[in-house]
Design a protein. Structure first.
Length: 159
């Protein structure tokens, strides 16, 4: 199962015949296993990784540190659920360290992200403070190098 999951995580365009050949089993077994994993919620969806920097689409991505007052009986879960319901939120994580949650979101402009933080996120009752960091350049995402470096030029020695 783990080998199958790793293969589809790396390339969800592989078909059952290819997957079966790669793990040494039958297409029928792969199909049945994928169906079972989908039904159990282990596989939640299939997604392409897009390098938006290579398109004409303008946008910004922000990582927001959020300090939260835990809720009696629910801890951080109820606050997280309130936050991740917003369409702008791509990811929401409970963290250890100096802040409680990381929220990752995308917007068309810096102003759009700032507006989300000031008008939506900071107004959530249990949110005590936020710190917004804008992602300037993506080097690697989901195990993929976004813009591979050029080959080293011969004749140059960097020390």
């Amino acid at each position: 199962m783990e080998q199958l999951l790793r293969l589809i995580e790396a390339d969800c365009t592989l078909n059952n015949k290819q997957l079966a050949a790669m793990i040494g089993t039958s297409e029928e077994k792969v199909e049945a296993e994928l169906k079972r994993l989908e039904e159990e919620g282990v596989i939640m969806g299939y997604k392409a990784v897009v390098n938006w920097d290579k398109t004409n689409r303008e946008g910004v991505t922000a990582l927001i540190e959020v300090k939260v007052e835990p809720q009696l009986g629910d801890g951080f879960d109820r606050v997280a659920e309130r936050i991740f319901q917003y369409e702008e939120v791509e990811s929401c994580y409970l963290m250890s360290g100096d802040f409680d949650m990381t929220v990752i979101l995308s917007g068309r402009t810096l102003q759009e992200v700032a507006s989300f933080v000031s008008q939506k996120l900071s107004t959530v009752e249990a949110v005590k403070s936020t710190a917004t960091h804008f992602i300037l350049k993506k080097y690697k995402e989901n195990h993929l190098i976004m813009n591979p470096m050029r080959e080293k030029e011969e004749g140059f020695c960097f020390v």
